[in-house]
Design a protein around this ligand. Structure first.
Ligand code: GLU
Length: 375
């Protein structure tokens, strides 16, 4: 399957990642004009029905400037302190530029571990989904106080890919200070050619992407190419382009051929579902009635507690369970929104009774269809 730039025009959910050099004008301080420009474009994307999660670096770079340090320190605890200082400026700036276009922003600080722990993964996922439904623009950064992966290696490239996996984004747009991926290092080779589009899993890519990045952020092209491969696992197409091009997001949303497109091998929805299925061990079994089997298999619906007759196993919220038909066949697998004990209490009940039974409600469905794979 080949995907071209026009594909981006048909995509609905984007993760847009902006690197430190872009956000802080190469360390000179938060570039409010550039931020205002991106906010205006993201607001237009939202108004046209697209959902956008922003992943922004720049906390460390802005913190270094605010603290008056002449150079980037090498001690991790100092970088973490700088991030804590700079993050204040970052969120303040985003909130004010988005307010100008009638949108609220929201600060979401995550670590890689948050996204590999099932419970926290599901919590982060429902918070981000809720923010999108509320029309808010989430602004994600690494929680640098407790984590150091992106400070050390990635300038949020990996975090952006994990976020694309988390929200099952259709597209990951990485805005950087280069035009895209070149077939050799453009700094050393004037003949270097910009790649228009390439498979995210192309084995030659890492060699072409070469070494690491500038002094401000940590991410070179290599971490971006790896991020594209990671994003492709859940079916997202990645676009790496220069954030300095005028109206870059709006033009990409129209399908214009800018930067380098890195597309997944498999059909995006198939990739996404396989990714869910491949994530986890099956921790329990839900025995469904005929109505629920039809809702899942024929109508592509979510699994509601009312269609579940019996719950087997010990699983936590966010863990993988198998769905079993009355004749004993396994028909689907998915991530449970409620732990085994809670599922036992609500099975057979209508969704609007969940709150009365448990005293709270997380989601109306036991497994959301986006987290469900038919087998
Ligand atoms: N999360 C960090 C930031 O926003 C990563 C970038 C860096 O290490 O410079 O600043």
């Amino acid at each position: 399957m080949e995907i071209s730039h026009e594909h981006l025009a048909d995509t609905r959910r984007w993760v847009v990642k902006i690197g430190s050099a872009m956000v802080t004008d190469d360390g000179r301080g938060l570039d409010l004009d550039a931020l205002g420009d991106w906010a205006e474009q993201i607001a237009a994307l939202r108004n046209a029905g697209r959902e956008v999660v922003l992943v922004s670096s720049g906390a460390v770079a802005e913190g270094i400037r605010r603290l008056g340090w002449a150079a980037r320190p090498s001690a991790l605890h100092e970088l973490q302190a700088a991030a804590a200082v700079g993050q204040m400026g970052l969120v303040q700036a985003y909130e004010s530029v988005f307010r100008e276009h009638g949108f609220h922003s929201a600060q979401v600080l995550l670590t890689h571990e948050d996204l590999s722990d099932r419970q926290r993964y599901l919590n982060a996922r429902s918070t981000l989904r809720t923010l999108l439904q509320l029309g808010v623009v989430p602004v994600v950064n690494e929680n640098d106080t407790v984590a150091t992966e992106e400070i050390r290696f990635g300038d949020n490239d990996t975090l952006a890919a994990l976020t694309a996996n988390l929200v099952e984004a259709d597209a990951l747009v990485i805005l950087t200070d280069q035009e895209g991926v070149f077939d050799s290092d453009p700094r050393g080779n004037p003949e270097a050619r910009l790649l228009d589009r390439v498979r995210a899993n192309d084995t030659g890519l890492e060699a072409m992407a070469g070494g690491s990045g500038g002094a401000l952020g940590r991410g070179g092209m290599l971490t971006k190419v790896r991020a594209a491969r990671r994003a492709a696992r859940s079916g997202a197409t990645t676009l790496i382009a220069s954030g300095r091009q005028p109206r870059v997001l709006s033009r990409l949303a129209r399908g214009e051929a800018l930067g380098t497109l890195l597309y997944p091998d498999r059909e995006p929805l198939v990739a996404r579902k396989q990714w869910i299925a491949g994530q986890l061990r099956v921790m329990g079994r839900l025995h469904l009635d005929e109505g629920a089997v039809r809702a899942l298999v024929e109508q592509g619906r979510s699994l509601l507690p009312v269609g579940v007759r019996r719950v087997e196993g010990a699983f936590g919220r966010g863990e993988m369970v198998a769905c079993v038909a009355p004749d004993g066949r396994e028909i689907a697998r998915g991530l449970a929104n409620y732990a085994a004990g809670e599922s036992r209490r609500i099975c057979g009940a209508a969704s609007d009774a969940i709150e009365t039974i448990l005293g709270y409600v997380d989601e109306p469905e036991l497994i959301h269809r986006d987290n469900l794979v038919l087998v």
